[in-house]
Design a protein around this ligand. Structure first.
Ligand SMILES: C[S@@+](CC[C@H](N)C(=O)[O-])C[C@H]1O[C@@H](n2cnc3c(N)ncnc32)[C@H](O)[C@@H]1O
Length: 230
């Protein structure tokens, strides 16, 4: 049965009392998938971590416990979700272990190469543009840093039938893996495509060294020269 449109709207942008109730239910519904993403990413004690679309902020608490000497930042565009996440993590925020920032994936208010790990669970359905979002994620990841991206695909017919399509956009898996590659995020072997929701792990490709760039340029010059001769 299709979920009512207003519930889907609050999942995308929670507001008011109904949004508060939905945030409470959501935290319980998504807990096991958040733990799955964190386990697969392998959090190190000193990691700088971003939870993108952190919602209610339950995962921020868990991430801070795993990155005991690191720093955890939650980002969410919903004013209400940011308020709930701050309330929940007040002690960790006062200890400067956790921060919650109101922003969207399209414009993250962080410098380049800021994070070792990014967790993003059940958020991609609401992105305006896959390429823009993944390029912005790649920008704030350190080279070699890892993204754990968990979402349902359009192959999950039960999910497609349950959520209003004008709010939830379920992508094809191939479209997401291709966009990751275009954003210089290499899909990692630990990914789990077999089970819905799928979990993609991707690693930011290190920048090419000057000698690799000149080697590629030399190869391209050689190909062009051989074409000119034949
Ligand atoms: C279904 S909830 C998932 C929350 C949390 N990650 C979890 O697993 O429970 C989706 C969250 O994504 C946030 N969101 C919606 N559009 C977003 C965007 N463009 N950038 C970042 N987050 C967004 C919503 O405010 C909401 O908190």
């Amino acid at each position: 049965m299709r979920r009512p449109r207003f519930i889907a709207e609050h999942a995308r942008n929670a507001r008011g009392l109904v949004g508060r109730i939905i945030a409470f239910i959501m935290a319980r519904e998504t807990r096991s998938q958040n733990l799955r993403a964190m386990d697969a990413l392998g959090i190190d004690r000193s990691d700088q971590i971003l939870d993108l679309g952190c919602g209610h902020g339950h995962s921020l608490t868990e991430l801070a416990a795993r990155a005991a000497t690191g720093h955890v930042v939650g980002v969410d565009p919903s004013e209400l979700m940011v308020e709930i996440a701050i309330q929940r993590n007040r002690a960790l925020i006062e200890a400067a272990r956790v921060e919650v920032v109101r922003a969207t994936v399209e414009s993250l208010p962080f410098p380049d190469d800021a994070f070792d790990k990014i967790v993003c669970v059940h958020v991609l359905y609401f992105w305006k543009d896959l390429d823009v979002s993944l390029r912005e994620i790649a920008r704030v990841l350190k080279p070699g840093g890892r993204l754990g991206l968990l979402f349902r695909t359009k192959a999950d017919l039960a999910a497609v039938a349950s959520f209003p399509p004008e709010i939830y956009r379920f992508p094809a898996l191939a479209d997401v893996t291709a966009a990751l590659e275009r954003a210089a995020l290499d899909v990692h072997a630990g990914a789990d495509y077999a089970n819905e929701p799928v979990l993609l792990l991707a690693e930011k490709r290190p920048p090419r060294t000057a000698s690799e760039v000149s080697h590629t340029t030399d190869q391209a010059d050689a190909i062009l020269a051989s074409r000119a001769i034949t």
